[in-house]
Design a protein around this ligand. Structure first.
Ligand SMILES: [Zn+2]
Length: 209
C-alpha cells in the first residue's frame, strides 16, 4: 500500500543504492554527495504556497500581527511534512556550505526584537513622552506598517501582534540585505576572475619575451 509518510532513503547517483549521507559521503560507496539547493527551494516554494492559501481566508484586520506570526510558526511543521512527502535527492560533489535564507531572516528578526525590547525598556526607564514612544513605534513599523495600517504598532497591540509585525518587517530587511550581499559577492568574484585572466595574459607575454 502506498504510504506517503513512509520515509524512502534517496538513491546514490554513483552506486544506485538507497543510501544515507555520512559526513557528506555515501554510506555505501563513500562518493562525495550532497542534497542540491534546488530541493530546498522546491520545498519552501510548496510551504509558501500552502501558507498563502491558508493565509488569505484567515486574515483579520484587528490582529494582523498575530495572524502573520501564527502563519510563520505553521511553516516549521509544514516544512517537516513537505520534507517527508517529497524526499530529497542526491547529487555528486561536495556540500557547498552557505547560510540559508531562513537563517539570515531569523538573525534579522532576533536583532529587531532585541532592539525593540532594549529601546522599549530604556524609553520606559527614562520616562519618555508619548511622542517619543510614537516615533519609536513608527520606526519599528516600517516598512509594512506604511503599506498596510493593520501592521502599524500602536499601544493597544498585543505582544503577539508586535512580534508578528517585527517578523514581517524583518523579512523586508532580510531580502534587501540578502540581495546586497549577493550583489557584492558577485562583483568580488567577477573582479577576481578578471584579475586571474589579466595575470595569465601577463604570464603569456613574459613567455613570448
Ligand atoms: Zn553510493
Amino acid at each position: 500500500m502506498l504510504n506517503p509518510f513512509r520515509h524512502r532513503p534517496p538513491t546514490c547517483p554513483e552506486c544506485r543504492s538507497p543510501a544515507r549521507m555520512l559526513y557528506g559521503n555515501c554510506s555505501y560507496c563513500s562518493t562525495q554527495i550532497h542534497i542540491p539547493l534546488a530541493y530546498f527551494r522546491w520545498i519552501w516554494a510548496l510551504v509558501v504556497t500552502v501558507l498563502v492559501a491558508a493565509g488569505i481566508p484567515t486574515y483579520t484586520e484587528q490582529h494582523a500581527g498575530t495572524w502573520f506570526l501564527s502563519l510563520a510558526c505553521t511553516s516549521l511543521p509544514l516544512r517537516i511534512i513537505a520534507g517527508y512527502l517529497i524526499p530529497p535527492w542526491f547529487e555528486r560533489g561536495p556540500v557547498k556550505l552557505r547560510l540559508p535564507f531562513v537563517g539570515w531572516y531569523l538573525t534579522h528578526f532576533v536583532f529587531l526584537f532585541t532592539y525593540w525590547t532594549f529601546l522599549g525598556w530604556s524609553h520606559f526607564a527614562l520616562g519618555a513622552s508619548h511622542r517619543d514612544i510614537a516615533e519609536l513605534n513608527a520606526i519599528l513599523s516600517s516598512p509594512i506598517g506604511w503599506i498596510n495600517p493593520a501592521f502599524f504598532i500602536v499601544p493597544s497591540r498585543s505582544f503577539a501582534d508586535v512580534c508578528g509585525i517585527l517578523l514581517g518587517n524583518s523579512f523586508f530587511f532580510a531580502v534587501a540585505t540578502w540581495f546586497l550581499y549577493r550583489g557584492a559577492r558577485f562583483i568580488m568574484r567577477r573582479n577576481r576572475v578578471t584579475r586571474i585572466n589579466l595575470s595569465e595574459q601577463v604570464g603569456d607575454s613574459n613567455e613570448d619575451d
